[in-house]
Design a protein. Structure first.
Length: 201
């Protein structure tokens, strides 16, 4: 038990040190967030949370713009209405995260996992979503203008009402995917019967 506690303390100290390398955040907000992983409408812009374990964190409406969160673990985190513009979230795990109305303008989400994530009304304009996993994610009503979705995994993703103007979809896997016009795209499905491939239902 003592060894486990020491590991937790060490992990917290490392996280605090990493975060201290940034300069734009508010110290009180950062300390509050690190102490409880809960901070609403906080200024955490530019923080360094590389590979940090932030699962189930709650930071609704907070500002993470320019933050370094690549390979971070944000499983089940609530970032509703948060700003993550130009943040580095490469390889981050946002499995089942709540991201409704969040802003990811120009954010790098290459290879990130957003399976089951709630992205309704989010702004992902110009974001790099190359190779992202959006399995069963709800991206309805979101803006993805000029976003890069190359090689993205969109199996059963909901893109109803989303704005894909100028978005790149080269190599993206579309299967049981609800498109912006609410048709179903099965073009990427591997089916036993070739008759159903690519048909809308």
């Amino acid at each position: 038990m003592e060894a486990i506690e020491l590991k937790r303390v060490f992990a917290f100290v490392v996280l605090l040190f990493q975060a201290s390398l940034a300069s734009a955040w508010e110290t009180d907000d950062l300390n509050r967030f690190l102490g409880s992983l809960s901070c609403k409408d906080c200024d955490l812009s530019g923080v360094n949370f590389i590979k940090a374990d932030l699962r189930a964190a709650s930071a609704m409406g907070s500002d993470f713009s320019g933050a370094r969160l690549y390979y971070g673990v944000l499983i089940g985190a609530d970032l509703t209405g948060a700003t993550l513009d130009k943040a580095d979230l490469r390889g981050a795990n946002l499995f089942f995260a709540k991201l409704q109305g969040a802003s990811f303008i120009g954010t790098d989400l290459k290879g990130a996992i957003l399976s089951g994530a709630q992205l309704q009304g989010a702004n992902l304009d110009g974001a790099n979503l190359g190779g992202i996993d959006l399995y069963r994610a709800d991206v309805s009503g979101a803006s993805l203008v000029s976003a890069n979705l190359g090689m993205a995994f969109l199996y059963e993703a909901n893109l109803a009402g989303a704005d894909l103007t100028g978005a790149r979809l080269e190599g993206a896997i579309l299967c049981k995917t609800v498109m912006p016009d609410e048709t179903i795209d099965n073009s990427g499905c591997i089916l036993t019967s070739g008759d159903d491939r690519g048909k809308s239902r």
